[in-house]
Each structure stands twice: as C-alpha cells, then as structure tokens.
Write a protein that binds this ligand. Structure first.
Ligand code: CA
Length: 667
C-alpha cells in the first residue's frame, strides 16, 4: 500500500508525495572530495580500485556533465547555499542560507565532518554537530590547530590519527546520535583527500607502487578508452592531446620517471582510502536499514590540481608524516581525462566532477544510467529542498538572502529530464566561463574569450569565436550581466577580458625542464593552514596611476608619474620573519625604488616600515634580493620599483622565509 501511494504520488508530480505523513523523509548523505579529477573513480574511467563508489554508480545514476566552480572554497559556498559563490557573499555567506539551515525546520538532524574552509564554523551555519578542520588543507597524520569538535578546539592525537578515517569515525558517531533522536538526517562529509600534500597510508601507497611506471601517456589513453567503453562519453569524443608544458613520458630521465610514478601511487592510495572509508560508512547505513531511503550524493570540489609546490622529496616516503609531496601537472592532465586544464581554470578539466547519486527508494532512473544534462553544485540545495518538502527561506536573521541560482534536479531523479536550464555562470579569480545550452564561452586568466559547441566538442578543441561572433557577444554580455546583477560583483570581476592572446601557462605548474634535485623536507614540524590554498599569491593591485597586467610569467606595470607601485593588501602568510623578497626587474622608468610593509591590519601604508633600494632604469634585466628584517608576521606590503612614468616588468617575484622556503610567489 505504501509503495502504491509513493508510486501514485510520483506519477502526479515528482516527489510531492514525500511530504505525506505516511512516507518517511529521506536521509541525505552528501560527500565532497578535494581535488579529485574527473576520471579518478573506477566508474569514471580510472584503474584505481573504488569498488564501493562503483557499486553506488551501478545501482544509482552518474552525471557526465556535472560542474563545480574549479576551486575549493567557492565550490563549498555553492554547494552549501545553492548560489554562485560571490552572489552568496563569498566565504561569509552573508547573502545566503545553507542546506542545514533549510532542512532544520523540516525536523532534520544535521552534521558535518571534514574540511570547512569558510568563515566562522559549521556550527554557526546550521550544523548540529561538526568534527573536522576549518583550514583549507591539513596534514593527514598530524592535523593542525584548526580542528574543532562541535564548535570547540580539538587536539589531534599524537599517534594513530588519520584524517580520512577520523572523518568517517565521527560521521558514524553523529549518525548514531541522529538515530537516537529518531530524526531524519543530513550528513555532509568533506574529505580533504586527495588534496596535497600527498600523504597516503603506507598500506594504501604500497598497493600501487610500481603500477604507474608506464607513465601518464598510457594511463591517460587507458582512461579515455574506458570512459568510451562504459558509455560515459560518446565514442567519437576527441580527447585533448598532451599539452606542450607536459613532456612525453618516454622523454623523462629515469629518476624523474621514478619520482612521478611514486607520486601517482600516492594519489591512488589517497583515493583508494576514500573508497574504503565510504565502504565502512555504507555498511553502517546498511546495518541500520537506511540504505533504501538515503539519498547519497558524491562530488568533487574541483578538477585535479597542477600546482607543484616545493621541491621533489626524493628518497622520502609519503606516509612519513613529516613529508609533504606536492601535486604533479603531468598527472593532473591524466586525471582530468579527457579534458583540458586544471583546478582553477573554467575549462572542462577544472570544472567537471564525477557525480553519483544513489537512492533506491526515490530514484526512478534505470540502475547504472548516465545523465548527460548539465548540472552544477548550486542545484543540490534546491533538489534537497524539493525531495524533503521544504523551501529555502527568503529571509533569514542577520543575512540578506539572494534568490537561488540552482534548479532542482528532482525531475531527473524521478526518471524524467530537464530540457532547459538557466545558464551556468563560472568565475574564479581571473578565470571565467558561461555554459548556456550547447554553448560555452571560456577565458583563461582573462585572456580573450573562446567559444565551444559542447554538444560536439566537449573537450574544447575547436574555438568557434571567430565563426560565431553573434553567439559569442550574446554570451559575453550575458556573463557580464549575471556578474553585475546576480553575483552583485562589479569592479575587477566585471572588467572586459584582455585583447591579447598569450601562451597559457602558470608559474605553479611543474617545471619539467628544471633538474630533479632532492629538496629538504618542506614544512617539517609545521602544519599548513594556508587559506589561499597555494603559494601563488593573489595578483597585486596597481596603485593609483599604475596599470598592472600579467604577461606570461611577468607582471607588467605601466606607471604614470603619480606614486607608482604594487600593493599587496593582504599577503596571507603565517610564517614570522625575517624574510627575503627576490625578483628580476626590467625598468624603462625612473626614480627611487622602495619597499614598505606592515605587520598588522590597522596600519595603512605608506605608514609602516620603509626600505629603499636601487633599480637601474636602463631597460636591462637585473636581479634584486631584499632582506626584510622583521620578526613579526607580514600582513601587507607595497613594492615601488620606480617613481616616474614608463613600463616596468617584474618576474620570479618570491617572498621567502628565513630558511629560503617560498611562502608566496607572483604572478
Ligand atoms: Ca579543492
């Protein structure tokens, strides 16, 4: 009878029947992993063992065009609020209401474990229970000082701790509390794996040692072949070829091959462990009789990460808690198969996530089916609201909620389809994009817009911007309108893109031409709480009268005579001084050069400390190294390479700590 009622309700309108008293509200398990590439799960093309996720996919549904925001914190904001990151008020979420705040009035128990990476704490945004780290990245074994349990500081045990396991330990703990309270539950697990530093468990790492000796060309080809074979991608999909900044595997020196093969084994170990822990959690749901009526959603916050921080740690083991192996651009390319580019870029390699949904009681799609409708993290909140019979409130104490950007995916879960949807707006830093139906425009670091027809060219190989200027200009206008009117973001975000095409590159990508030298163990005894999630510093602001742009690996300053220079308003470093600031400079300007800095937010430059130095304005490149004799932690900085008008170019600008470790680099 109950089944019949449910069926009738579903036939009438999708999920309307779930509000009826005789139908139990579904539990919701939302899992987000960190920096996992599109092809990293077995059911998305990988050779890594992920049997538990594959089983969910086989009995549920997979999305082939599900998007995130290409970056950690912005994806978390969109996921939790159903809005574009800036629209929601960025990390502070002042213009939004979160999923737990929407579900709470419907009687839900709400809990979270793992990485927060936003302002305040989860318990300030509607979560009844929370265990995890507030930081953007943490040591898998040793954690950091931002760990919290239910709003209170939590000390990471000195022995026997591993973050991926602890996240599931506490998740199970919280579910027990929900069951005792006899409430439906919403559980959000934000694994920090497989984000760098790569610190797998020994057993997981050794399982994959030697498995990647064949290299990224072969692994990539195998993944693409599997993606076609399992029907994830059309058989005529043309994969993006290996870009010039990544060498052919066969051309690597043998020691480089060994190091890279080991790095991929570390990634595989981290991902394998996520799957094992998911298996433990799913077994817990099974034994509680909750598998049937729990909607499980699995997504990644951005594509694989290409930023190679620190020097190779040859001869170390990644399971040594004091090591911190960094990301590999070559493997990021393979892990984002078949797409182009990486985390932070709005190309498909940056924004495409594996996305699995599983819900035996509610899903009316054929088991194991693949949905190719475009969807985005912003759609999750409206979907959850619809299937639980709740609504996102239009007002909320202390906030000014904007309208939802996402749409409910409930019609897809009910076995139907969504024929059209509002455009998907894409923005992180200077990387931009817009997906509207079968068309997508995309800009790499504010370079000229490119146009792709996604229905025939998902891998973005054939730029149609010059062939369809009408479509391009319509979509560019749409992007700017949405940025101003929906994201409420003006200023730098809404400036036109550059007109100059330059080689697409990033200083943080692995430099395979550099000799492979073993570095000292980076960050030994210290934990990363770097919110910026990278040593790549935010682009400095040109002071009044100075225009700044990025040209390849150079910052180009066009100075007027009015007080020229670069302002670094908030450096985001946590290591105290002394420091060195090194860079190469080429000046066609004039006048005295100076560096100013402050160690607190209250001191507005040019107040603060001052150091003068000499730049020859003869158009020749010169190396500059400045010592900043400061014992406190730098907050802001101003670098004036000249005092007159003319062009100044700066490259390899790096702020280093006393031991010579790079804390920030620009551009
Ligand atoms: Ca991430």
């Amino acid at each position: 009878m109950k089944a019949l009622t449910l069926l009738l309700a579903l036939l009438l309108t999708p999920f309307a029947g779930l509000q009826a008293a005789d139908i139990k509200k579904p539990n919701i398990l939302l899992v987000m992993v960190d920096d996992m590439g599109f092809s990293d799960l077995g059911c998305y093309g990988s050779e890594i063992a992920t049997p538990n996720m594959d089983k969910l996919a086989a009995n549920g549904v997979r999305f082939s065009q599900f998007y995130n925001t290409a970056k950690c914190h912005s994806s978390r904001v969109s996921l939790l609020t159903g809005r574009w990151c800036k629209q929601a008020g960025d990390q502070g979420m002042s213009r939004a209401v979160t999923i737990p705040e929407v579900l709470h009035p419907a009687g839900y128990f709400t809990a979270m474990t793992g990485k927060w990476h936003l302002d305040k704490e989860p318990t300030d945004f509607g979560f009844d229970r929370y265990f995890g780290h507030l930081s953007g990245a943490t040591n898998y074994y040793k954690g950091d000082k931002t760990f919290r349990l239910d709003g209170k500081p939590w000390t990471v045990p000195a022995q026997g701790f591993y973050t991926t396991i602890a996240n599931v330990d506490y998740a199970i703990n919280f579910l027990d509390a929900a069951r005792s309270a006899k409430k439906p539950w919403f559980l959000y697990i934000a694994f920090n794996a497989p984000h760098g530093s790569l610190q797998p468990l020994k057993v997981d790492y050794e399982k994959y040692l030697g498995r990647y000796d064949a290299g990224w060309d072969i692994v990539r080809a195998a993944r693409v072949a599997k993606q076609k074979q399992i029907g994830l991608l059309p058989a005529d999909t043309v994969e993006c070829p290996r870009p010039e900044h990544i060498p052919a595997w066969d051309k690597l020196p043998s020691e480089q091959k060994t190091w890279e093969s080991q790095r991929m084994s570390a990634y595989a170990g981290l991902i394998d462990r996520i799957d094992q822990e998911m298996g433990r959690l799913l077994a817990n749901l099974q034994s509680a009789g909750e598998m049937e009526n729990t909607l499980i959603v699995f997504v990644s916050d951005n594509g694989a990460c290409p930023y190679d921080r620190g020097r190779p740690q040859i001869g170390t083991h990644p399971y040594d808690p004091d090591t911190s192996w960094s990301d590999s651009t070559g493997w990021a390319w393979a892990r984002n198969s078949p797409f182009r580019f990486y985390k932070q870029n709005q190309f498909e390699g940056g924004i495409s996530t594996p996305a699995i949904m599983h819900w035996p009681a509610g899903l009316k799609t054929k088991s194991g089916s693949i949905v190719s409708s475009p969807a985005h993290l912003v759609d999750l909140l409206p979907t959850f609201a619809e299937i639980t019979g709740t609504k996102s409130p239009e007002t909320f104490p202390g906030r000014q909620p904007t309208p939802l950007a996402g749409i409910s995916l409930a019609p897809i879960l009910a076995g139907g389809e969504i024929k059209s949807r509002p455009p998907i707006h894409l923005l992180f830093g200077s990387d931009r994009g817009l997906r509207d139906g079968e068309w997508k425009i995309v800009s790499f670091q504010s370079q000229p817009w490119e146009l792709y027809q996604m229905s025939t060219d998902r891998t973005e190989l054939n730029d149609l911007a010059s062939q369809h200027p009408d479509i391009l200009s319509r979509m560019v206008k749409q992007w700017h309108d949405l940025t101003a009117n929906v994201l409420l973001s003006t200023g730098k975000d809404n400036q036109p893109v550059s007109t100059k095409v330059i080689p697409k590159t990033h200083i943080g990508w692995t430099d395979y031409a550099a000799p492979l030298t073993a570095g000292k163990i980076r960050g030994k005894g210290k934990q990363s709480t770097d919110k910026a999630d990278s040593t790549t510093g935010a682009l400095p602001r040109g002071r009044a009268g100075t225009k700044v742009k990025v040209d390849g690996k150079q910052l180009v300053l066009t100075c007027s005579s009015k007080d020229p220079g670069l302002a670094f308003d908030k450096l985001g470093v946590s290591t105290p001084g002394p420091y060195t600031l090194t860079f190469r400079v080429q000046s066609k300007s004039s006048g005295e050069a100076k560096l100013l800095w402050t160690t607190d937010a209250a001191t507005i430059l040019p107040k603060g400390k001052l150091q003068l130095f000499t730049v020859k304005h003869d158009g020749q490149w010169q190396d500059i190294s400045l010592t900043i004799a400061e014992t406190k932690t730098l907050f802001g900085m101003r670098l004036d390479p000249c005092a007159g008008e003319g062009e100044v170019r700066i490259e390899a600008l790096q702020l280093k700590d006393a031991k010579g470790m790079v804390l920030k680099s620009w551009p």
